[in-house]
Ligand binder design. Structure first.
Ligand code: G6P
Length: 615
């Protein structure tokens, strides 16, 4: 989704903003722009396309000097991606300049009123309406920019993170957030503004994260004043010291972030265990669960809300929780849950899973569950994110920054955290024996080494990718624990190679997808020995009879599937419930290699966004 960067200080703003926009590219966007102010005139440059295109355009068309600036990557909502709809947007007088992430839902009625008052609009965006509303208020009510922004925001419905400045006030930028993230980097006599800390991490590790409903006036060489948008009350700025470092957000020798992140999985899973999995003591420690153990042990059911890959992790968790904990679990698309009047009990545990911790639908689903008295637990990767703060309690995945739009290490670490929770509760509830608990802990501890081994198959997976790179359709099949892995494998392929792919429970194939199978159709079948193996082998026979091409994901040493399949990729033996942590790896690699071979933009696939902050 849209990315915001701003700078006010004593350095040149342009290089900081441009590099910052590059860092935010991972969020997904279709156009970019920048406005620079040297105290005399405002330079505006924007274009459809990538930050690289913006750079070329800026350097040939504007004077890039100025120590105040705002920049934006736009993911189109209102109006097609083109130069005019790109941000920043000017107000009619040319004094105010704005960038915006989010949607102003009532923009049409505001626009109508402004048109009646003689305002004109160049773009189709809701953002241009907002900046003119601010201007109208500023002029009519004769108030400062901050006040005008506050009044305007109180008249809007929707979600936003905005940064706006006024030509008449060369020393301040006003920012605000509701539903979209916004961080302020605090340097010495300088401030940075960004959708996340990555654009300013090399300049400062001090950051203020605005809370929903807050706005701030950021003043050059002075301070940051934070207010509540509704009641105008001052808020004390809380400056956090960030743990993030530059290395974590760079490619580190890999061609793509996605590949780097696939390879980081053994370490990411180890980091997820750290301090929690205490095999010697025979226990799992998780503060968010321990502190609320009564609620967990007495829960009527678990409802999981999430989107995309996180939803797939939720499906794996459903199998794990029901298997070990024996309580009912429902896994819901957050976007459906929030609007379908769901039945929520006060003794439900609602688990919200989100890599970014900013997904608008997941947040709305959590709010609904909270309003109805449920206990909401967050499983997030981004520390300090909105979802992690909204939750009653939670557990971080500790996967480190995930930049590739196609989620990889977030998925495996989400499953890891959810497995830890399930095993911990199953043990506390006496649903599994101590010896089984110990066996599972040992198995779990071996997972990172087995993932490492899995990664050694990269070359082989690449050869398989070579064979199927021109496929136009792909089917992914799995059963039990590996059904969600089939969904996730298909999603990975779709996302980055734009090949149509579907994930299906293997047996369900007979109720539709089998009609599509012919000699052109690659079918990726997860057929590990512990998961309904014989049944899956029968499904493979059915595909074979219809001449489908079979790529089997099998347990090491498997001979049966090898005889039937066109290719096999072996995974180390593990317990059924942990197998998704291994079987998912070759599917990630397969989609990665196919996308690279097809020349696709692996880290920033078209139309997709890393953090979906609008509904
Ligand atoms: C977007 C991303 C996906 C992600 C989904 C949910 O669609 O491209 O990779 O799975 O959002 O995001 P979340 O941050 O809530 O896990």
């Amino acid at each position: 989704m849209c990315g915001i960067v701003g700078y006010i200080g004593n350095r040149e703003a342009y290089p900081i903003i441009l590099k910052g926009l590059q860092r935010l590219e991972y969020r997904g966007y279709d156009s970019a722009g920048v406005a620079l102010y040297d105290g005399k005139s405002i330079q505006l440059c924007k274009t459809k396309g990538k930050v690289g295109d913006l750079k070329k355009k800026c350097e040939t068309s504007i004077d890039t000097t100025g120590s105040l600036g705002i920049g934006h990557t736009r993911w189109a909502t209102h109006g097609v991606p083109n130069d005019v709809n790109s941000h920043p947007h000017f107000s009619n007088s040319g004094d105010l300049v704005i960038i915006h992430n989010g949607i102003i839902e009532n923009y049409e009625s505001i626009k109508k009123e402004l048109l009646n008052r003689g305002y004109h609009f160049k773009s189709d965006t809701d953002t241009e309406v907002l900046v003119n509303l601010i201007e109208e208020i500023k002029i009519n009510e004769d108030v400062k920019l901050g006040k005008a922004v506050q009044i305007a925001l109180n008249q809007t419905v929707g979600a936003y993170a905005i940064a706006v400045f006024d030509k008449k006030k060369p020393n301040e930028i006003v920012v605000a957030r509701l539903g979209s993230p916004l961080a302020i980097g605090v340097g010495e006599d300088e401030f940075f503004i960004a959708s996340d800390a990555s654009p300013f991490i090399e300049y400062t590790t001090n950051a203020i994260y605005l809370e929903d409903g807050e706005m701030a006036v950021v003043r050059r060489g002075k301070d940051v004043k934070i207010f509540n948008i509704k009641n105008d009350k001052w808020v004390n700025p809380y400056i956090q010291t960030l743990q993030l470092n530059l290395e974590q957000i760079e490619k580190g020798g890999y061609d793509h972030f996605m590949l780097k992140e696939i390879y980081e999985q053994p370490q990411a899973i180890r980091d997820t265990f750290r301090g929690r999995l205490r095999e010697m003591e025979g226990l799992i420690k998780m503060a968010g669960v321990d502190d609320n153990i009564y609620r967990f042990l007495n829960a009527r059911r678990i409802v999981i809300v999430a989107c995309g890959t996180s939803w797939h992790a939720g499906l794996v968790a459903e199998y794990i929780f029901e298997d070990y904990l024996r309580i009912p679990v429902e896994v819901e698309y957050a976007s459906e849950f929030r609007y379908r009047n769901p039945v929520i009990f006060k003794d439900d545990i609602v688990i919200a899973i989100s890599q970014s911790g900013e997904t608008a639908d997941t947040m709305a689903a959590m709010k609904l569950a909270k309003e109805q008295g449920a206990f909401v637990f967050g499983v997030c990767n981004v520390v300090g994110s909105s979802i992690s703060r909204l939750a009653d309690a939670g557990a971080y995945t500790h996967a480190g920054p995930e930049i590739g739009v196609a989620s990889t290490k977030a998925f495996t670490t989400q499953i890891t955290v959810l497995t830890l929770i399930a095993l911990k509760l199953a043990k506390e509830k006496g649903k599994i024996s101590t010896s089984e608990f110990h066996r599972l802990l040992q198995e779990l501890q071996q997972v990172p080494t087995k993932v490492e081994k899995m990664l050694e198959s990269n070359k082989h997976v690449k050869q398989v990718a070579e064979v199927y790179k021109f496929a136009t359709n792909c089917l992914y099949l799995g059963r039990g624990y590996n059904f969600p892995v089939a969904l996730e494998g298909a999603l990975k392929l779709k996302e980055i190679s734009y090949i149509h792919a579907e994930g299906y429970p293997a047996a369900e194939m007979k109720h539709g997808p089998i009609a599509l199978i012919d000699e052109q159709m690659p079918v990726i079948v997860i057929a590990t020995r512990k998961g309904h193996y014989e049944k899956v082998v029968s499904n493979i026979q059915e595909i074979k009879s219809r001449k489908g091409k079979i790529i089997g994901i099998v347990t090491e040493g498997d001979e049966t599937v090898k005889k039937l399949a066109d290719h096999v990729i072996e995974v180390p033996e593990t317990t059924d419930s942990l197998s998704p942590l291994l079987t998912t790896i070759p599917l990630q690699l397969l989609s990665y290699h196919i996308a690279v071979m097809l020349g696709k933009n692996v880290d920033q696939p078209r139309n997709l966004a890393k953090s979906v902050t609008v509904e």
